[in-house]
Design a protein around this ligand. Sequence first.
Ligand SMILES: *Cc1c(COP(=O)(O)O)cnc(C)c1O
Length: 328
Amino acid sequence: MTLHIETPLIESRALSLKTGRDILLKLESLQPSGSFKLRGVGFACEEHKRNGARRFVTASGGNAGYAVAYAGRELGIPVTVVVPQTTSERAKSLIRAEEAEVVVHGAAFIESNEYARSILTDNDAWLHAFDDPLLWAGHATMIEEIARQTERPDLIVCSVGGGGLLAGVIEGLRRVGWSDTPVLTVETEGADSYNQALKAGTPVTIAGINSVATSLGASKVAERVVALAKEHPIRNCLVTDAEAIQGSVMLLEEHRVLTEPACGASVAALSRIPEYFPHAQRIVVIACGGVGTTSQQLLEWSDFYPLDGDLFAARHSAESNSLDSLKS
Ligand SMILES: *Cc1c(COP(=O)(O)O)cnc(C)c1O
């Protein structure tokens, strides 16, 4: 038994028609904690429990904190989640509903993180949101599942915050013998810490996060994913907030699935396939999920960040125009 569940891999007829490719969605949004985070966090928490941990401590008001709270309740281990003052009431009450203790400390993440580390005792296990091999090992199970659910795809699309998901995806690809299957990684323009790290060749701390995709807002990515980019066919692309929001709107309207823009970004990135991986036909999109966005918030954003035309129409027609000009 694991804390995470096996999630469906569904064909998206709507996205396949829009892109002219075969698009499969791995619905990690259906995990009991609402995101893929439970795979890694659940795996790590079980390991820590086996090693005698009496409490789980983390500093995340987002999907990682929520997953730790869920795992702790399921495993019967108390959880303390330290969050900054900026954390929404909704996020705090979600975490409290999992019976975790929420400690508000500091104006920003860096302060709550420091405080959380300062309260650790010998009986506590520390849970990082993305930079931990135990997490990657748990996230990797998603690719093992995909390998049981379908034939080998030409491409995997996933978003990057701190890089835990990506490190897990690559570990999974290696486990199932798909180590040359390329990965298109996605960030929003205001949360581009991986993009900057790839340019610099080493993780860099970005000046600030300026994006609605807050779950992608790690100011510095894990070293591991910068190293992996030298070993594995990975290309990173950026989408705008407006595009990421439309990606989530599309998942909501076409598949009745509510996600954060951090997840919608990966759907939006399908519009970049002609540029980055023109020959990829069968594509698995990791619909990573996220509990941070309500349907009302998503629709408000959609009004506030309008997109000119359809997410795919412009680029798709540009592509078919160039095909037409080739033919004539
Ligand atoms: C955590 C998270 C991400 C980013 O994952 P990393 O492991 O930080 O790269 C993306 N989407 C959602 C919904 C998340 O919760």
